[in-house]
Design a protein around this ligand. Structure first.
Ligand code: TRP
Length: 321
């Protein structure tokens, strides 16, 4: 382990109380919903990693291809002695590509809501790229947070791959880009992956894989509520649904009740009609134009954009206006 880094078990900021309150709010609402950030406990983060290797799930492959191909060019834009700050780092697989290509980066700050996952992955990265000091931050990056003291004063490059930006409502996405500008500081660069509008069958398959891993990932949310909040969701009585809403350019993900049923949670009873859904996620798809409009509206100017030959995915380099 490098002596420069502050690599210790990060403390989660997400409390069981927040989780319980959010779940009760979501299941009381009409229509019912659950917040997608709760997908990513240790089991969910592992399942999501499996999603990224599925033949139908093109975004990860497309983005990895773009990053690999253009890493030298992207890295040439990084300021000297900079810090790479990743929002929702997961396995840090994509950051590795940039960290290897950019000798100017001396610090890496993976920010992720899954503290356990974060610790393990950060330790591996530290062994593999000893040149870079690693300062993991376990937090919900949609809320204001401070960069670790050790990287304050360094020029920052934000990194937000995976089209996670598409999992927010447009107004939330704008807020998040503004918040990132504040956290990263003036003159920061920001590298963001955005999934593109395309043939609906390709989109549909990406969220309805044949092996059923996406269904398992979606249902893990209910399993997590059972595990952590003592609910009695019968997982066999719910099913995964994902469809493309063309008017709104988004994939919508639901858990649908297979029958009329009641679920007990923290002394409350929640009733489900047969076919009633819990909305668990949206994944907005962009055009190059709609993404650059979003960025500009949040104070970021597009510097470069890279897309693959199929126009499946885009990697956008932005600079603060
Ligand atoms: N950011 C990913 C996406 O929108 C998350 C994701 C992939 C996802 N597959 C999912 C979320 C299935 C919920 C259900 O592509």
């Amino acid at each position: 382990m490098s002596t420069r880094s502050a690599l210790r078990a990060p403390r989660p900021t997400e409390t069981a109380k927040d989780f319980a309150a959010d779940v009760i709010d979501g299941l009381t609402a009409k229509p019912k919903y659950l917040r997608p950030k709760y997908f990513y406990d240790l089991t969910g983060s592992g399942l999501f990693d499996r999603i990224t290797t599925l033949p139908e799930y093109y975004p990860t492959r497309s983005e990895l291809g773009l990053l690999t191909k253009h890493a030298p060019e992207i890295a040439s834009l990084f300021p000297q002695a900079s810090a790479l700050v990743e929002f929702g780092s997961g396995s840090s697989r994509k950051a590795r590509i940039l960290l290897r290509a950019a000798a100017s980066v001396e610090a890496y700050v993976p920010v992720d809501i899954s503290a356990q996952f974060l610790g393990g992955e950060a330790a591996k990265l530290e062994r593999d790229i000893p040149r870079v000091a690693i300062y993991p931050v376990a937090t919900d990056f949609t809320k204001p947070f401070e960069l670790p003291a050790a990287v304050r004063g360094r020029p920052c490059v934000g990194f937000f791959p995976g089209s996670t930006i598409g999992n927010f409502e447009p107004h939330e996405a704008t807020d998040l880009l503004r918040l990132a500008a504040q956290i990263l500081g003036p003159d920061a660069l920001f590298i963001i992956g955005a999934d593109l509008v395309k043939d609906r069958n390709v989109l549909h398959a990406a969220y309805n894989d044949a092996a059923g891993v996406t269904a398992k990932f979606n249902l893990n949310l209910l399993a997590r509520i059972n595990r952590e909040l003592g609910a009695d969701f019968n997982l066999g009585a719910f099913e995964h649904h994902a469809c493309y809403n063309q008017e709104r350019s988004r994939i919508e993900v639901y858990l649908a009740s297979r029958k009329r049923q009641k679920v007990r949670l923290l002394g409350k009873t929640f009733e489900f009609r047969a076919g009633e859904t819990i909305h668990t996620e949206n994944s907005y798809k962009f055009t190059l134009k709609s993404f650059s409009a979003l960025a500009r509206g949040a104070g970021w100017a597009p510097v470069a954009v890279y897309t693959d030959a199929d126009h499946y995915f885009s990697v956008n380099v932005l600079k603060q206006k």
